[in-house]
Design a protein around this ligand. Structure first.
Ligand SMILES: *Cc1c(COP(=O)(O)O)cnc(C)c1O
Length: 416
């Protein structure tokens, strides 16, 4: 897997057949650019690795919920892992099939449960006993049955950033491994609950296979214990979390991931569900920004660009590293720059200490910006959200126009 969506032609960065400078000239900056080919290749590689097993890929859309991307994945046959009623509405608006939707999340509201039940989703990934009771009551009221998995916490350390480790005992997510048998027994006595499967999601940006092997093996042992207790499950959802290369990580090859799961699933009848997010989109996107100001303060050189932490918060939030490259040859001198935004926070940086030739007015491309980038953006400092385009060969589709100042205040009122 190549680690970036762009490549150099004649000294200029391109996404597919389109120079990034042409996109900036047409659509302005900051602008997110996605490659249809890279998205398609990532989905197909993932899906095809499991071709010999009954399976469904449920794209974890919080990584990037752009309608055009959901539309593309839906056309490729993808299901979706959602974490809110808003995400369900987006799936439906994008032409996705609610019957291929699994609903995760620790705090689903009764209204969200109702909308998902009415839409006929594939499964609720239930994360607490309280949620089970609420779901049972909502389904009873509607005269429907709720398909259910428990998200079980296998207490495996994914060895990733603490903010994105989700499968440890102390985590707010899922139900404790030891509590699962009792909850399954309880659920199986509830008339409005249809016990279907089991689920886990141990963390994100995981770059080793061992945590998956350990967690899936634990999950399957639990499935067998439940079967011995008369509770037969029809699917096993192994979650997402597979990491990508941002800098110099060695991500797990999809084929190796599939082989490890295949080895554990051999001879079993349950359908496999998978919830990849980042792996399908991170390296299919770049963020282009323009250098506004170069300045020196004390010992540091700053390049103030027009993208900021409100556009891409991962560096500020997780200390995440994203590549930064000039879009074309620069007339400036190469210095070690902190690439920062105009937001009034010292934590507003996109990259630190990068040796780059830069001049004011230059364009830079920030790599691996397809996942948890636009989806975590905000209007902080009253900054309109960036435009998003999707490149398909020579074609550039504007998939989200840049917000206007009118958009910023559209939902607000002055006092009467
Ligand atoms: C976020 C999330 C995923 C996807 O995680 P990635 O690291 O993007 O693959 C999958 N399942 C659940 C429940 C999630 O919350």
């Amino acid at each position: 897997m190549s680690s970036e969506a762009f490549h150099t032609v004649g000294g200029e960065l391109h996404v597919e057949d389109v120079p990034l400078a042409a996109i900036a000239a047409r659509h302005g900056t900051p602008c997110y650019v996605y490659s249809r080919a890279a998205l398609t290749d990532a989905y197909r590689e993932f899906d095809q690795a499991f071709a010999d097993m009954p399976h469904l890929v449920c794209y974890a859309m919080k990584a990037n919920p752009a309608l055009a991307i959901l539309d593309l994945f839906a056309r490729l046959g993808s299901g979706f892992d959602i974490v809110s009623g808003g995400e369900l509405a987006r799936v439906i608006a994008a032409g996705g099939d609610p019957r291929r939707v699994v609903f995760s999340g620790v705090g689903k509201s009764d209204d969200e449960m109702e909308a998902a039940l009415r839409a006929g989703i594939l499964c609720f990934n239930v994360e607490s006993e309280s949620e089970l009771a609420h779901l049972g009551a909502v389904a009873t009221r509607l005269g429907l049955r709720a398909p259910v998995s428990f998200r079980v916490n296998p207490d495996v350390d994914p060895r990733t950033h603490p903010y994105i480790a989700t499968g440890l005992k102390e985590s707010k997510f899922g139900v404790a491994f030891e509590a699962a048998p009792r909850l399954y027994r309880e659920a199986s006595t509830m008339p409005a609950i249809d016990v279907r499967g089991i689920d886990m999601h141990i963390g994100s940006q995981i770059t080793e296979l061992a945590p998956y092997r350990e967690a899936v093996a634990k999950l399957l042992a639990l499935v067998d214990a439940l079967a011995a207790d008369g509770i037969a499950l029809s699917h096993v959802d192994v979650g997402g979390g597979l990491g990508v290369r941002y800098r110099d990580e060695t991500p797990v090859a999809i084929a190796d991931y599939a082989a490890a799961i295949r080895a554990l699933m051999t001879g079993r009848r349950e359908r496999l569900l998978l919830e990849p997010g980042r792996r399908l989109v991170a390296n299919a996107g770049v963020l282009i920004a323009r250098v506004r100001v170069l300045k020196r303060s004390g010992a540091r050189n700053f390049a103030v660009v027009d993208a900021a932490m409100n556009d891409l918060i991962r560096p500020s939030l997780y200390d995440a590293w994203h590549s930064v490259q000039p879009v074309r040859a620069s007339s400036g001198d190469a210095l070690a720059y902190d690439i920062v935004g105009p937001v009034c926070e010292s934590g507003d940086f996109l990259a630190l200490d990068r040796r780059l030739p830069l001049a004011e007015g230059d364009l830079v491309a920030i790599g691996s910006a397809g996942a948890y980038a636009m989806s975590m953006s905000s209007n902080y400092n009253a900054r309109p959200r960036a435009a998003e385009v999707l490149v398909d060969g020579r074609d550039v589709h504007l998939i989200r126009r840049r917000e206007s100042y009118a958009d910023l205040i559209a939902h607000e009122s002055r006092l009467p």
